[in-house]
Design a protein around this ligand. Structure first.
Ligand SMILES: [Zn+2]
Length: 272
């Protein structure tokens, strides 16, 4: 599952599902505004790992800026692969589907996001919101021409950031929740990559079958082709339906969707 829209939707679906199901915890009791900020960040973060590929669509998000960043990430990823691979690991480049496709990276990204927002809500949150909403727009609008549309993406991301922050008033964003959102977005990306042909080295550096970069993947039967019929006709619509449903559950809990009062949104809760 490597097309932009599916990755982006998987991020939103993951955020909505985790927040809807975690009703007893801090992450399940965010304000509607906090939830929205998390949703934008998680959707964008679901594209973040592919910044390790200078030719990927997401690397062209902010034109030369993200392309330069992507080259740097690719070089670091390549170096890390070379340094830590065993004889059993394949002799591949390791720049793409390397370091940014591991749980270690997801955790580091989550911690870094939390730390950055904790330092300053007034400048750090808008900057990160702008960055992640740009990735989200780039992922969803994958048909927009990568070369010419960096300005469009930048403009749309600015508007989205402005609208979010205007509404949230910059007061209720929970730094830890933003970090968790980024971590969840990355993990949603890994799961999407794992069900395609190559698998994803999620568990690096834990050695499995003498490989530190073991490509985690389900049995062949359950894998699919990137951009193929299964992704477009089955996975995409299912993710969208779950995203809408779980977002309704999570947002209803915050009190912003009063017209859903009495609708059995969570049959499992009533059954128990
Ligand atoms: Zn990927």
């Amino acid at each position: 599952m490597s097309t932009g829209p599916t990755h982006a939707m998987s991020g939103l679906t993951a955020w909505a599902t985790v927040t809807a199901l975690a009703s007893g915890s801090a992450i399940g009791n965010l304000s509607a505004k906090g939830w929205l900020v998390g949703a934008v960040m998680c959707t964008g973060a679901a594209l973040l790992p592919d910044l390790d590929h200078p030719e990927s669509t997401v690397s062209s998000t902010f034109g030369p800026v993200t392309q330069a960043g992507s080259k740097l990430v690719n070089a670091i990823s390549h170096g890390t692969y070379r340094l830590t691979r065993t004889k059993k690991d394949s002799n591949r480049d390791g720049g793409h589907r390397g370091l940014t496709h591991t749980l270690v990276f997801a955790i580091a990204a989550a911690v870094a996001t939390t730390a950055i927002i904790q330092t300053s809500q007034s400048w750090a949150l808008p900057v990160l919101m702008f960055f992640f909403s740009g990735l989200a727009v780039r992922g969803i609008m994958h048909k927009w021409c990568p070369r010419n549309d960096a300005l469009w993406i930048t403009g749309t991301a600015l508007l989205l950031t402005y609208a979010c922050l205007k509404w949230t008033d910059q007061t209720s964003a929970d730094a830890a929740a933003c970090g968790v959102a980024v971590g969840i977005g990355c993990i949603a990306h890994y799961l999407g990559d794992a069900i395609t042909e190559q698998g994803c080295p999620i568990l690096w550096p834990v050695p499995i079958a003498w490989k530190t970069w073991y490509p985690v993947a389900p049995p062949k039967l359950l894998r699919m082709r990137t951009g193929g019929k299964v992704e477009m006709a089955v996975i995409g619509p299912i993710l969208t339906a779950v995203a809408v449903w779980m977002s309704a559950v999570a947002l209803h809990r915050t009190g912003v969707l009063p017209f859903l009062d009495g609708v059995p949104l969570t049959p499992w809760a009533q059954a128990g």
